[in-house]
Every structure is written in C-alpha cells, then in structure tokens.
Design a protein around this ligand. Structure first.
Ligand SMILES: Nc1nc2c(ncn2[C@@H]2O[C@H](COP(=O)(O)OP(=O)(O)O)[C@@H](O)[C@H]2O)c(=O)[nH]1
Ligand SMILES: [Mg+2]
Ligand SMILES: [Zn+2]
Length: 323
C-alpha cells in the first residue's frame, strides 16, 4: 500500500509507533545487522531496523555488536555506545592494522570439500585461529555426495583424527540434504560464521540455513541505498529456528597467514600432551634435538600433516615478523 492510500488516522498511528520505538534521550539496546562505513543498520528489540549514525569517536561497530541507540534533536538515530563484546572476529588490513569484521561470534564453521579438494592446511590454521580467539570450531566436510568410494577410508580417518582432538566433524551435502539436521542443531541459538576456500559450498549451505536470504539481502541493500555494494560487508541473518549467521565475504579464509600468532604450538590441540617435555624450554619443534613433538610425530602419535602445517604457519609468522 502506498503512503497516499493510508488514511490520516493510520498515518498518525505509524508516526506514533515510530516515536515509541526511539525516544529522544531514551537509549534502547539494539543489534548491529550491518555496518557500511558511515551508517550502521541496527535492529531493536521490537524487530524494527534503523539506519544509524555513529557517535563521533566511538570505535567502529560491526555486525553482531550490541549497541545502545537513541534519537538526536534532528530525529536521527545515533549509536551512543558499544556494549562489551564476548568475541571479535577480525582480519589484518593495510599495514598490518587489524580490522574488526564481526562481533559476538560463538563458532566458526570451517567448510572443506572433496572438490576443489580438502585443504587441510587451511583447516589446521582455522582451528589454530579458533583456539587463539577462544571460539568453537565446527568442521564441515561438504559435498559428501561426491566422496568417491576410494576416498571413503581417507575421509573416515580424517574424521577420526579430528574427533579424537575433541572437534565436531560432520558430513553434509546440499544436493541430498545429508547432515542438514546436524548442521541445524549445531547452529541453533548460536552466532556462526562460515570459513573456507572458494567453491567448497559456503553459499549453498548459507542458502540452506536461510532459505529467503536473497530477499533479505535485497531489502537490506535497498534500505541502505547502497545496492549490491552491501554484500561486501559482513551481514547478520537470523536463522528461522533461532540463532544467527554472519555472512562475512571478506574473511572467508581469514588471511590467516597474516596473523602474527605467538607460539602457535599452544593452539595445536594434539600437541598439548607433549608440550613442556622438550629438552629446550623455548623449543620450536622444528629442528631441535630432544623434541617431544618431533618424537610424537615419529611415533605416529601426532599426524605428520598436523606437524607440517604447524611448521608452515611458524615459517609464515617468522617471515612476517622479519619483514
Ligand atoms: N555435489 C555437490 N555440489 C555442491 C554441494 N554444495 C555446493 N555445491 C556446488 O559447488 C559449487 C560451489 O558452491 P558455492 O556454494 O558457490 O561455494 P562457495 O564458493 O564456498 O560459496 C556450486 O556449483 C554448488 O552448486 C554439495 O553438497 N554437493
Ligand atoms: Mg560463495
Ligand atoms: Zn619441541
């Protein structure tokens, strides 16, 4: 219905409800759905979405942030303060400046797939990042329908390896719905973010979790007037069954090699039983004699690929610190 068709009475009631939603000087709590630089979209408790300015000298808010919003004299909605974050997902930006991307995330859904190929290096780095940031990690082997018979044993061994470290490992397929009930249960009432290489099926899985995502994205981009540009910003979607998904196009592989994680061995779960047993207290587990980690690898107590990926991260970190 267009505005012209609304009766005066109806219009009055709409105005009243608007005023009720945002009282001048009475701050209300809201959830940031998206931040497109100057403006942020904030959803209030009554489910209305408001385009907000940020108070000057307030740190940039990101999708998932809890904020307090009020209305200024000009009738504009203003983010007045940022409530404490329980977690913050960020990525290294220009000149090593860390840029926040999404807040209050509970878990990362790390997606791998037989095509374009299971990237265990990225998986291990993502798991390290999660340990470092105290986020839960869920491993999703997607495109299970494409796992060839000859590949089955290998996939089962991997599942066993990561489950024995305490990680959740599920197999899914957006083609035959395998594992979708598991995925829904994992995402229930949590805030999740997908990670993984291009082509593993993140968009397809997102579509499965938020079936009307295209419509919602369109309505968000029209309400910011920014068009398709908005899809580059992290955006929060409500899951129909409870919980949220933050779609963060810019951090899908997190550029993990650019994080300078001190002593990554602390975040390699399968190393933990052996740490502190090396001959040298500052052992890097790469070349030192009397290394308990290298011994554990030789004795098949730690998978070779886990140690190799650890060494690669260590190398990248060292290169980073020297440059
Ligand atoms: N066979 C199969 N193909 C899939 C599955 N999930 C996604 N795909 C296909 O894989 C391709 C890449 O998927 P997409 O969701 O765009 O991956 P993204 O780059 O991670 O977002 C598309 O052609 C999808 O149709 C699956 O479970 N099984
Ligand atoms: Mg995609
Ligand atoms: Zn060692």
């Amino acid at each position: 219905m267009s505005k012209r068709q609304l009766s005066q009475h109806q219009q009055q009631r709409i105005e009243q409800r608007r005023e009720g939603a945002l009282h001048h000087k009475t701050a209300q709590q809201g959830l940031v759905v998206m931040n497109s630089g100057k403006k942020a979209l904030v959803r209030l408790k009554d489910d209305t979405i408001h385009q907000c300015h940020q108070r000057a000298n307030l740190a940039n808010v990101v999708a998932g942030d809890n904020v307090m919003v009020w209305q200024n004299e000009q009738g504009e909605s203003v983010i007045e303060s940022l409530l404490p974050r329980r977690s913050l997902l960020s990525r290294p930006g220009f000149r090593g400046v860390i840029k926040p991307v999404a807040a209050n995330v509970d878990q990362l859904l790390v997606v791998i797939a037989p095509t374009p190929g299971i990237d265990l290096d990225l998986l291990d780095r993502s798991l390290c990042y999660c340990e470092w940031q105290a986020l839960d990690a869920i491993i999703i082997l997607n495109k299970a329908d494409l796992i060839h018979e000859n590949y089955r044993d290998y996939c089962n061994t991997l599942a066993e390896t990561y489950r024995s470290m305490g990680y959740t490992w599920i197999e899914t397929s957006t083609k035959n719905q395998q594992g979708m009930t598991d995925l829904l249960a994992i995402c229930h009432n949590k805030t999740s973010v997908f990670l993984g290489n291009s082509g593993v099926g993140k968009s397809s899985l997102t579509q499965a979790l938020v079936p009307d995502i295209t419509i919602r994205t369109q309505s968000l981009s029209s309400s910011t007037g920014l068009g398709q540009h908005t899809t580059n910003n992290a955006t929060l979607y409500d899951l129909p069954f409870g919980g949220q998904l933050i779609d963060a196009a810019g951090i899908r592989t997190l550029e993990l090699s650019e994080f300078s994680i001190a002593q990554p061995d602390r975040y390699w779960r399968d190393f933990q039983p052996f740490l502190g047993q090396c001959r040298f207290h500052n052992c890097t587990h790469s070349h030192e004699p009397g290394c308990a980690i290298q011994l554990a690898v030789a004795q098949n107590k730690i998978p070779l690929h886990r140690h190799q990926h650890y060494l690669r991260l260590l190398q990248d970190t060292n290169t980073l610190n020297k440059s």
